[in-house]
Every structure is written in structure tokens, then in C-alpha cells.
Write a protein of this length. Structure first.
Length: 73
């Protein structure tokens, strides 16, 4: 919640590069609504929600996909 309440020093709407937001639907630490809000505010953001993953398991089980998304144009 602190991430939402403190100023970040920039507006999400100003981000010009492609952004992939990865979210595990079983995440107990970060609400889905935050991922959806970021995807809505960041121009051209792509939200990927994985049904059977949590906050850490998404990294463990999908790291190669996540890393590949960093090199997409």
C-alpha cells in the first residue's frame, strides 16, 4: 500500500517504453487491483495474469518467459 501512497517522482502515464506486468492470481501480498491499475495507467502496458501462481511462484515457474518479455520490441 505504501507504493501507492508515496510519490514516485514521475507519473505512470509518462512511461514511454513497453511494460509487461506479470501477476499471479494467487498472490496474497499484492492485490490484483494494483496490477490492473498500473496496466490502465501505463500507456501500452501489457498485463499477464497467471491463474495458478503467487507472488514468488510466478518468478520460479515463469522466469524464462518474464526475461524474454524484456527483449520484446
Amino acid at each position: 500500500m505504501q507504493l501507492l501512497l508515496k510519490p514516485w517522482g514521475f507519473n505512470l502515464e509518462e512511461i514511454k517504453i513497453p511494460v509487461f506486468i506479470w501477476y499471479g492470481a494467487l498472490d496474497k501480498q499484492a492485490p490484483r487491483s494494483h496490477a490492473e491499475l498500473y496496466a490502465e495507467l501505463i500507456p501500452h502496458a501489457e498485463l499477464k495474469i497467471l491463474d495458478n501462481e503467487g507472488h514468488i511462484s510466478i518468478l520460479k515457474n515463469h522466469m524464462s518467459e518474464i526475461l524474454k518479455s524484456l527483449t520484446k520490441k
